[in-house]
Each structure stands twice: as C-alpha cells, then as structure tokens.
Ligand binder design. Sequence first.
Ligand code: SER
Length: 317
Amino acid sequence: MKNILVIGSTGQIGSELTLELRKRYGNDHVVAGYITGSEPQGELKNSGPSEIADVSNIAQLEAIVKKYNIDTIYNLAALLSVVAESKPRLAWTIGIDGLWNILELARQYNCAVFTPSSIGSFGGGTPLVNTPQDTIQRPRTMYGVSKVTTELLSDYYHIKYGLDTRAVRFPGIISNVTPPGGGTTDYAVDIYYSAVKGEKFICPIGEGTLMDMMYMPDAIRAAIDLMEADPIKLIHRNAFNVTAMSFAPENIYAEIKKHIPSFEMEYNVDSLKQSIANSWPDSMDDTCAREEWGWKPSYDLSSMTIDMLEKLSSRLK
Ligand code: SER
C-alpha cells in the first residue's frame, strides 16, 4: 500500500487530488500537507490526516515522512504565472529551493516524487503549434524559468541517483471546486462563474489567443496514472506534454452561450497576461504521454462546459 504526502493540498489541484488519492489508496494513507494560513477545511480536513508541510522546512518534511512512512510525494507547491512575475524570489524559493529539499529527502527515504511542470515552461523560440515533447524551452517568465528548472532538477535526481521522479506539463486547468489564483489561463475558469452569476465577463486575454486547457478530473487522472505507470515503458520522465483541448476566448464564450444565450463578454486585454499567453503553445503534441503511459483525456470543451455549468449552477444558487 502506498503512503502519500500531498504538499500544497489546499491549492487548486491539491484539494481535488488529495480526495481522489484517498478514495484510491485509503484515507489514512494520504496526508494533506498545507502551510499556515491555508488550513484544510471540510471534507479535506475530516477525511484523513493533515500536517503543516512547508517546503522550506526540511526538518518538518522529514518528520512527516518518518511518521507516516511516506513513499510517494506529490509536490504541488508553486506560485502561478502572474503572481510569480510580481514575486520572482518567492517563486524561486518555493519552486526550486523547496524542490531541492523534497528531492534530498526523497533520496534519503526512497520516495517517488511528482512535481508538475506546465505550458509555462515553453516560450522564446518554442514552436507554438503542435509543440513537440522535446523542443526549445527558453521561457522569459519566472514561472517558466522555475518550471524548466524543476524539470531539469527532477531528471537530474533520476539520472544521477535513480530517484523515481515523474511529471506532466499541465495546460490551463479548469475546475469548479477550488478557484485558481494568479494564473494566465484563469480566465477560462472565471468566465464560467460570470456566466452562472448572470454577469458580463470582461476577458483579459485577446481574441484569437489559443492555449491548451484541461478539465480537472482529467488533470487528476493524468497525475495519478503517470505515477502508476510501468517505469519500464517511460522513455521520458520530467515532464510529459498532456493536453485535452485548445481554445481561444471566443470559442469558450460561444460554447457557454449555447447554454446561456443572454451571456455577454467584452475584451479588456491585460498586457502582462497577454504577453505571457502569446509565448505559450497554441496546442501541445502529447503523443509521448499517450504512447508511454496511455494518456487519454475524457473531456472536451463541450462536455466540460456542460459539467461546469451544471456544478456551478447548483452550488452558486
Ligand atoms: N495555469 C497556469 C498559469 O496560468 C499555467 O500552467 O499560470
């Protein structure tokens, strides 16, 4: 039986990933790691153990690994792209110094480690259409710089020490549970909230800007399936392109309008977000993930929109 620590369990991905891991591996086998000020609430709090797990405090992490006999770490501690631009030092401290602590600990206690990368790891010379698995990665955002470093450091520990590190490059992730904070792709979450609340949506990303996206259930499955994959079949490790759909603001708007005809959207482009979005792929090629560990998304824009609107409408009423 696996014993798992989720670092960043109260964040956008962590909150749903932790609950799914508890379903699969048993409540007592999945520790929800959090930082002071973002304590687990509700089901996350009540369904299993939780511990303060600050990536900058290796002694604290070590105590958790020992106490629960942890063998797998999902490391989701990170700042999203827009926030990272305003706090570059903190983004590095959490993303890279924190990862270093985790990898060192994992080496000592023989833990597998999942640290997601992102579409943000591309930019500056990357082919943006059908972005290949192995290609130029010269991003100019601190988010991107830290994600590329994450990939390199994770591969380094695998090659040098045989550590079982694996990761995906997540696209923008859309969920109806925990809202994201400070990402470039967040507009694709916010738009659903506006639609359900009957408000006009002011879109910070310009017409025609394509980005890869994924519905949360697929993102959770990607993380778990990759960690369950047969290592013999993995040619790549850190990190796999994975995508489910690619759309521009006008596409998601049109999709929502099919269900809520009165919904309105207007553009007010945010120059920072737009420049970040312009440097990211229009569409990623995720053939390697499909071939090496059987990745296949189950939601597209249309089925995701139906589910998002249904879930948010019943919750926000
Ligand atoms: N969702 C992230 C962001 O927009 C990208 O991976 O920052």
